[in-house]
Design a protein around this ligand. Structure first.
Ligand code: GUN
Ligand code: ZN
Length: 438
């Protein structure tokens, strides 16, 4: 067992997320192995009340520091680190001119291994401990990512990008001697599920890139796998950009909507995470809610590519799940603080006053416990309540002169959290601690 004394942030699970934060100014976090030998939170609360229960424990004291749940990034592309900051008129030219040429390089196991190493190190440096991320269309890119993730014992989820049309040859799934590209991509997906899903904390996500680059046969095969492996995640993109939507509608005109195409192939269910979800109507929102699918809100990406603004009011009115995501490399930053601030800007667009989902506690929740809930991992990661895996971040609110000045002046928890959302970046993250298997 290990014990840490510092200020501690966690979330009550029975309250509105806008007022669910529990904050110990002088707290104690006790961490120890569960029945499976995985380090989890054993106890958490005020130092003065808890200390007597653990008199024999040596305590690591971090005065002036704030321990917070590790951040959960609901959507990114590990092969797109080099694509960050590539300007384009919009999504489709950005994919064609920058993204596809870079992803082509992931046919090389060495390139994929180096990129996976950098990407995961950067997650840790920024305080992200759980991530759902795309690999490229090359099985070697999935192998490289899981191999690197295993070294760090992190809870990371990825999958082979399924794309069998409408992209250059080196970026599409490849045929083999015995199967065409579509069939081979599905065989590879199933083999990778069996090799990696549930190994330690790793998870597999069936990963159709988006409707425009998948044939009907590939979407059908992906849906069949999703039915056969209900614990496996699904990740894709939907309703990000007007030109993309028009293309998706032209390819599957019989579906009720772009989102409806995924439903038609059995790709909407719990543990299905759809990036963007910008241009929805209420029928789409209801479909998200009724199937248990979740939206990955990607504000820095949507602002950078000029895609649009996630409609928080619409999502909350109908009541489907969502959480925050960097969407590197359409997104401009690995930092959860930058993403939370961009979410605030996006949510304020066109609003006369910020809604409940823009409260500081709610935005923090969207990137921790709320994102974990969207993944079906509530009570597992994204929180520091007893039983949660002990992934946490040590923040130093004195990291810069301005942060020190502003956080010291905070009159309450909302002001403290909002100061860090607005001014925070990797300098705030002093240490990222990953739950170990004992
Ligand atoms: N839609 C299909 N592929 C992508 C991608 O790589 N990034 C974003 N932002 N949208 C996509
Ligand atoms: Zn994406």
């Amino acid at each position: 067992m290990q014990a840490y004394r510092a200020a501690i942030l966690r979330f009550a699970t029975d309250r509105d997320p806008g007022q669910a934060a529990l904050y110990e100014q002088d707290g104690l976090l006790v961490v120890g192995p569960n029945a499976q030998g995985r380090q989890v939170v054993q106890a958490v609360g005020p130092w003065h009340a808890l200390r007597a229960r653990f008199p024999e424990l040596a305590v690591t004291h971090w005065p002036g520091r704030i321990v917070v749940p590790g951040f959960v990034d609901l959507h990114s592309h590990y092969p797109q680190t080099n694509v960050i900051g590539s300007p384009a008129e919009g999504l489709l030219p950005w994919l064609e001119n920058y993204t596809f040429p870079e992803e082509k390089r992931f046919a090389s196991p060495d390139h994929a291994a180096e990129a996976a190493q950098f990407f995961i190190a950067e997650l840790l440096r920024q305080g992200v401990t759980t991530a759902l991320t795309f690999a490229s269309s090359h099985p070697a890119s999935v192998q490289a990512f899981f191999s690197e993730a295993q070294k760090h014992r992190m809870r990371l989820i990825t999958g082979l990008c399924l794309m069998d049309r409408h992209a250059p040859p080196g970026v599409l799934n490849q045929p083999s001697a015995s199967a065409d590209a579509t069939e081979q991509s599905l065989l590879d997906t199933e083999a990778l599920i069996q090799q990696w899903h549930g190994v330690e904390r790793l998870g597999y996500a069936i990963t159709p890139r988006f409707v425009p680059t998948c044939t009907e046969a590939q979407l059908r095969g992906a849906g069949e796998l999703a039915a056969r492996y209900p614990q496996v995640w699904i990740q894709s993109h939907v309703a990000e950009n007007k030109a993309e939507i028009a293309w998706a509608r032209a390819l599957f005109p019989v579906s009720r909507s772009y989102l409806g195409t995924y439903a038609d192939f059995g790709l909407l269910r719990q543990r299905a995470v759809y990036a963007h979800c910008l241009h929805f109507d209420d029928d789409d929102r209801t479909l998200m809610r009724d199937t248990g699918a979740a939206a990955a809100v990607c504000p820095t990406s949507n602002l950078f590519l000029g895609s649009g603004f996630f409609d928080y009011a619409g999502a909350d009115r109908v009541g489907f799940q969502y959480g925050l995501a960097s969407d590197v490399g359409g997104g401009t930053s690995f930092s959860p603080f930058h993403t939370m601030l961009a979410a605030y800007y996006v949510g304020r667009e066109g609003q006369t006053k910020p809604g409940l989902s823009l409260r500081p506690q709610h935005m923090w929740w969207q990137h921790t416990a709320g994102a974990a809930q969207a993944l079906g991992l509530a009570g597992v990661v994204g929180n520091l309540q007893p039983g949660c895996e002990a992934d946490f971040v040590v923040l130093n609110p004195q990291a810069t002169p301005l942060l020190a000045r502003k956080t010291a002046a905070a009159a309450n928890l909302d002001e403290l959290l909002f100061s860090m959302i607005v001014l925070g970046d990797d300098r705030l993250v002093e240490q990222t601690v990953i739950s170990q298997a004992i």
